[in-house]
Unconditional design. Structure first.
Length: 373
């Protein structure tokens, strides 16, 4: 493989894993794959029960997408697909000689109307079901050859792991376009917990001493939850190159109050054989900050919305953060009667009757504020 082709392959690997992390944004990866194998169209889907497709990515008219698995076409590619192993790569010429293939209904009623004459495909295992990634060629392009088969065979494990990772991260709709939240920490670690990479928000969370999640000698440490985190990482990396493996969750609590601080989801990532990671096994850790926080201008926003006084807004924020009326009394140095009076005024101005109802309202206001920012 030339240096240019090797660079393209590395960029494709990066795009595939980014697609998984960003909730199924496969278009950049599939466009690069199509360019690398010089194809005209590319499709990637999982075959579900009742002979239906669940697409990761498609460049096919809905009519032809459905027609590909219709019985009247007697598609020999589907029959061939059921008889091969996962990650096997094949072309239409693997299925039957080209002269015979050109006589089939699938060629004349499916390939030809789309302007194509040749395809290369790979059987991709996805969540216990068979999937298929297929690239087509048309016009004056040559048929796929052994070099194309070797290239796709090299990429097949990466594509499979990227698809599996997307499902592990809980994306139920495989064609969704939502991006990963910028307020979600992402860390990749090896089987020993050594950090291989992390995003900026993860660095911010690790720098906060109260979170009890730190780096010790380049390895991730979780204080009192250290054993649980190590076990989850080991399970996430898996016994054989991290595939298949097991996802897990770890909750980190405040050592002083016991309140939840961080929710960690540990999922299998990739192997060095299928990526540029320097290890054979790796796990992805997603970190969600659960600690209560409000912006500096939130009390003023409450004052403007509900006509609260400064101290009433302070009490509202304190209750929203999970503290008690007694905490407010000590913090603001007011009596119990004064604190109760402030709370009654807040209930009246916000049209709420209970503390839980008030906190729910304030949380909705804060979410709206975060969205506007």
């Amino acid at each position: 493989m030339t240096a240019v082709a090797q660079t393209e392959r590395s960029l494709l690997v990066d795009e595939l894993y980014r697609a998984a992390l960003e909730g199924g944004q496969w278009q950049p990866a599939m466009a690069r794959l199509k360019k690398l194998v010089k194809g005209s169209k590319v499709h990637f889907a999982r075959i579900c029960p009742a002979d239906t497709w669940l697409s990761f990515y498609k460049e096919c008219d809905p009519y032809y997408e459905t027609a590909f698995i219709e019985a009247h076409l007697k598609n020999p590619i589907l029959s061939y697909l059921t008889g091969i192993r996962s990650l096997d790569v094949f072309t239409d010429q693997s299925v039957m000689p080209k002269s015979e293939f050109r006589k089939t209904a699938i060629f004349n009623e499916w390939y030809v109307p789309q302007g194509d004459h040749s395809s290369i495909a790979c059987k991709i295992p996805v969540a216990g079901m068979a999937g298929v990634l297929a690239v087509q060629r048309g016009g004056h392009q040559p048929d796929f050859d052994d070099d194309d088969v070797s290239l796709l065979r090299e990429l097949a494990p990466v594509i499979a792991r990227a698809a599996e990772l997307q499902l592990h991260l809980g994306h139920k709709h495989l064609d969704m376009q939502a991006t990963v939240s910028p307020h979600l920490g992402q860390i990749i670690v090896d089987a020993c917990g050594k950090v291989l990479s992390m995003n900026d928000y993860a660095e911010t969370l690790l720098a906060e001493p109260a979170n009890d999640l730190t780096l010790v000698g380049g390895r991730l440490s979780a204080g009192q939850c250290g054993d649980a985190l190590r076990s989850a990482i080991a399970a996430g990396c898996g016994p054989v190159c991290g595939y298949p493996a097991k996802s897990g969750n770890v909750l980190i609590r405040c050592t002083k109050t016991g309140s939840p601080l961080l929710a960690l989801t540990i999922a299998p990532f990739v192997t060095a054989m299928a990526s540029d990671l320097p290890v054979a096994r790796a796990a992805l850790i997603l970190i969600n900050d659960l600690s209560p926080k409000v912006s500096a201008d939130f009390p003023e926003q409450l004052r403007g919305l509900f006509e609260l006084t400064q101290k009433e807004a302070a009490l509202a924020v304190i209750l929203m953060l999970g503290h008690s009326l007694q905490y407010y009394m000590a913090h603001q140095q007011v009596s119990y009667e004064t604190a109760r009076s402030h709370l009654r005024n807040i209930f009246l101005k916000t049209a709420t009757a209970r503390q839980g109802e008030l906190v729910a309202l304030l949380n909705r206001v804060m979410r709206l504020s975060d969205t506007s920012h």
